[in-house]
Design a protein around this ligand. Structure first.
Ligand code: Z5A
Ligand code: MG
Length: 215
């Protein structure tokens, strides 16, 4: 067995199609962890506050055209520009809860069906980022997600496209994924999230090594 590393924070990621409840559940998780005195930060990707993030926002929100490969690499660069800060916080014992991460990067771009932008290529450019200890995947039929309202405001918010994204996510699942029924009541989902997240926080505090994408 490998020797344990230094205590660290856990990396917990929320993923799923639009409107499945990632922001709701990641907020609830952060609040409950804080109430239990866990040192935790809440981030989202894309991080629209950086220069790269502003370009992404222009593309998603403001109809600015962009080459598919270029925009894919902007999303990736937006994670890499935060990589050192992520590593520093985790090493210092802060748990990071992320609202979307690399899995969104792969699933949304691969869903476009551009020949050279397949899932394998999309994963390859994420290599070197820290891997999540836990991916909470919030599963829900795209029709039901669309019925929650708010679809149509941004570029990818179309039912057909969301179906393709859901298929891409299916192919990414690994042993770190917890798939939850996102159509349940928020409080019920939260209990399941807590049941999975707390052991990850404890493992990380005991020095479980941080993984690397995509080992
Ligand atoms: N993207 C990409 O292409 N490449 C990348 O690398 C990354 C992202 C990182 C922006 O994402 C876009 O960027 C996104 C992927 C792409 N594509 N699109 N479009 P975003 O995270 O900024 O936006 P979003 O996915 O559209 O998320 P959202 O609209 O913020 O949805 P959410 O956070 O999953 O859901 P929510 O806001 O928590 O809840 C939605 C509504 O449902 C709201 O009214 C809630 O009150 C309600 N809700 C929540 N939970 C429940 C339950 N359990 N029951 C009933 N109602 C609920
Ligand atoms: Mg959200």
């Amino acid at each position: 067995a490998t020797a344990p590393c230094a205590p660290r924070g856990a990396l917990i990621v929320f993923e799923g199609i639009d409107r499945c409840g990632k922001s709701t559940q990641s907020n609830m998780l952060v609040n409950t962890l804080r109430s239990r005195r866990v040192n935790v930060e809440h981030w989202r990707f894309p991080d629209r506050s950086t220069k790269i993030g502003q370009k992404i926002d222009d593309y998603l929100h403001n109809g600015v055209q962009q080459d598919d490969t270029a925009v894919h690499l902007l999303f990736t660069a937006n994670r890499f520009e935060k990589r050192n800060e992520m590593l520093r916080l985790l090493a210092g014992g802060t748990t990071l809860v992320l609202d979307r991460y690399s899995y969104s990067g792969v699933a949304y771009t691969a869903a476009k069906g551009v020949p050279h932008l397949d899932s394998e290529y999309c994963r390859s450019v994420e290599v070197g980022l820290p891997a999540a200890d836990l991916v909470v995947f919030m599963a829900m039929p795209p029709e039901q997600a669309a019925a929650r309202g708010g679809f149509g405001a941004e570029r990818y918010e179309k039912l057909d496209f969301q179906r393709k994204v859901a298929q891409q996510y299916e192919a990414l699942k690994d042993s770190h994924w917890l798939t939850l029924d996102a159509t349940l009541q928020p409080e019920l989902i939260h209990q399941q999230v807590m049941g999975a997240a707390l052991p990850m926080v404890e493992n990380a505090a005991r020095g479980a090594p941080l993984g690397r994408l995509w080992d």
